[in-house]
Write a new protein. Structure first.
Length: 73
């Protein structure tokens, strides 16, 4: 009996974790920019934080899109 609420719990948890990754990436970027006044993406010193932000937001978007699609049976 697929399609019950209990079957959707792991998908719902994964979907929320991916949304959390998106918000964590955006929050990390904003907090880092405010604390260190580093809004210029072309400086070499700040490339690590931008790489981490792109990874968090990228994986969050891809995962949330994949888990938003209806499950095929």
């Amino acid at each position: 009996m697929s399609g019950t609420k209990a079957d959707n719990v792991p998908r719902l948890v994964a979907k929320w974790l991916y949304f959390l990754m998106i918000f964590a990436g955006i929050g990390l970027y904003l907090i880092w920019g405010v604390l260190y006044n580093s809004w210029n993406i072309f400086t070499v010193e700040n490339s690590g934080i931008y790489a981490l932000t792109v990874l968090l937001v990228g994986f969050g978007i891809v995962g949330s899109v994949l888990y938003s699609r209806p499950q095929e049976e």
